[in-house]
Design a binder for this molecule. Structure first.
Ligand SMILES: Cc1cc2nc3c(=O)[nH]c(=O)nc-3n(C[C@H](O)[C@H](O)[C@H](O)COP(=O)(O)O)c2cc1C
Length: 221
């Protein structure tokens, strides 16, 4: 089933879905394949196409990696669990609640997709790091957009990378030869209506010719 969202709807309503997931509904391999077919249409540096995608549904493997994820989450979360003082703080509090729910239920998410790149990307100079991550995350995001249009909810996560080597051993990913770049959780959503997120006006985060001055989009270019 496709939602056939418009491009604008797809781009503005593809949220991190953590609480509104149907843990009991399996995701058809054919649907994952279609989403991955969209993913590999994304650009890669020098058309290198080095991506590898590890799909994980095995319950034992998920249980073991979920433990690692939870350890990382609670190490990360506890220092941030303070009273919010601003709108951004309150938004953060909602994210934290949602992300805690995901952490507590990590292995219950039906599918994980782990985008990987060849080689170790640790300690690369910026040119190489930009090339490497820039050659996988456009595909990762295309996968997430395609998933949304299939009625699936995803969340881009990175925290299991705290224990990347242990996760690699559990999952059988050759750690010396491939870097895991994220872990995308995938499951059908409960309902399909999602809203655009609150974001700052783009003028406040965009500079035009002069760094530090808000962009003025009313001027003819
Ligand atoms: C680089 C990156 C790392 C992230 N890591 C995690 C993570 O480890 N766990 C998690 O629950 N969400 C993670 N997220 C999801 C963000 O929290 C989420 O995208 C953000 O709160 C905005 O929410 P939205 O996508 O619904 O707009 C990550 C997102 C990005 C881009």
């Amino acid at each position: 089933m496709r939602l056939n969202l418009t491009a604008d709807e797809l781009l503005s309503t593809t949220r991190a879905v953590r609480k509104r997931l149907d843990f009991d509904r399996p995701v058809e391999p054919s649907v994952l394949k279609e989403c991955l077919e969209s993913a590999v249409q994304a650009p890669t540096g020098g058309n290198s196409q080095g991506w590898r995608f590890m799909v994980v549904t095995d319950a034992d493997k998920k249980a073991a990696v979920a433990e690692l994820y939870r350890n990382a989450w609670y190490d990360y979360y506890e220092p941030m669990d303070r009273e919010p003082r601003s709108d951004k703080g309150r938004q953060l509090k909602r994210v934290m609640s949602s992300a805690t729910y995901l952490a507590d239920n990590f292995e219950r998410v039906p599918v994980w997709v782990i985008p990987c790149m060849p080689g170790r990307l640790d300690n690369l100079p910026n040119l190489m790091a930009a090339g490497a991550y820039g050659s996988i995350h456009p595909a990762t995001w295309s996968f997430m957009l395609a998933a949304r249009d299939h009625g699936l909810g995803t969340s881009f996560t990175t925290l299991h990378l705290t224990y990347e080597q242990q996760a690699a051993e559990i999952l059988g990913i050759p750690f010396a030869d491939y870097t895991q770049c994220a872990l995308v959780t995938v499951g059908y959503t409960v309902g399909t209506d999602f809203k655009p997120a609150s974001r700052p006006p783009v003028e406040t985060v965009t500079y035009w010719d002069t760094w530090g001055d808000e962009a003025d989009f009313s001027n003819p270019a």
